[in-house]
Design a protein around this ligand. Structure first.
Ligand code: SAM
Length: 274
């Protein structure tokens, strides 16, 4: 007798499942991966993104602007002589990831990814562990563990300047997590001349409908999305010297081409440790 079998998962889903991901719950990393055209996401991630896209058809361009900011900021620090990057809250690296940019602009740069997503860390370990790259799992709320991890010790010389990157991660930290303290703790491990590059969603210029859909989608993914104001974003760089043009919409941060108005924006900035 024939019994019904569920259809085999597509390759992207299969990769997530094989790495211990839960196919029934959307993951932020999987949603972002799908938006950026990656191949490490599940049907639940894709469905969650399509619900957001129904309200904000340009949502892909919003995250692309944030990616472009990251790329411009990293190229700036590479030109300033930085040869070490620690990127926190990484999803599956795709597009112009730090190690791809480094290879083109500053070969030999060490890039350490720290992921708060266990399936991402598991899957990426095999192809991101090399002479100049590494990845491990660590919740950003435990910043003191990062410099002590064997991969961090292998790749990063904390006595030399490093660029610490937190792109689209702080949105998932609640006020009680004290993101300002977490970043300050991380920067304490870094030497003078180190950079902090950070971006976060802002509620400025977002429609109520999109706000509600985002809040709904992210609560289904098990977390509350926190939009931060300009002043809150600036406070994350306390004790550092913010570089021009300060904390601005990411499309306004040293732009290289004009951009069109988008349904929401990230605020981003870069600062140096005196
Ligand atoms: C929308 S994704 C963005 C991924 C990547 N940073 C990017 O911009 O493409 C949000 C990321 O934040 C990470 N994240 C959320 N809470 C975290 C925490 N407490 N510690 C570390 N990472 C966290 C998730 O694992 C996920 O990879």
């Amino acid at each position: 007798m024939l019994t019904w079998q569920p259809p085999p998962p597509v390759a992207a889903d299969a990769r997530v499942l094989a790495s211990g991901g839960d196919p029934t719950v959307p993951a932020h990393s999987g949603m972002m991966d799908y938006l950026l055209g990656g191949d490490f996401n599940t049907a639940a991630d894709r469905a969650a993104v399509e619900k957001i896209r129904a309200v904000a058809p340009d949502i892909g361009e919003v995250v692309a602007e944030n990616l472009a900011f990251y790329s411009r900021a990293l190229r700036t620090v590479f030109k300033a002589g930085i040869e070490q990057v620690v990127e926190l809250g990484i999803g599956m690296p795709c597009g112009d990831a730090a190690h791809h940019l480094a290879r083109r602009v500053s070969p030999g740069t060490k890039v350490l990814y720290v992921s708060g997503d266990k399936p991402v860390a598991t899957h990426a370990k095999s192809h991101l562990t090399g002479e100049a790259t590494g990845i491990f799992y660590n919740d950003i709320r435990e910043p003191h563990r990062i410099p002590e991890h064997p991969e961090a010790r292998r790749l990063i010389d904390w006595d030399r300047p490093v660029a610490i990157v937190v792109r689209d991660v702080l949105n998932y930290l609640q006020c009680e997590d004290n993101p300002q303290y977490l970043l300050a703790r991380l920067m304490k491990s870094a030497s003078s001349g180190s950079y902090l590059i950070a971006s976060n969603t802002t509620s400025e210029s977002i429609s109520d409908l999109l706000y509600e859909q985002l809040a709904h989608s992210f609560s289904n993914a098990g977390q509350k999305l926190v939009f931060r104001s300009q002043a809150e974003m600036e406070s994350l760089f306390a004790g550092l010297t913010l570089l021009d043009p300060g904390v601005v919409g990411v499309h306004e941060w040293r732009p290289e081409k004009p951009t069109k108005p988008l349904p929401m924006q990230f605020l981003g900035g870069m600062a140096i440790k005196p």
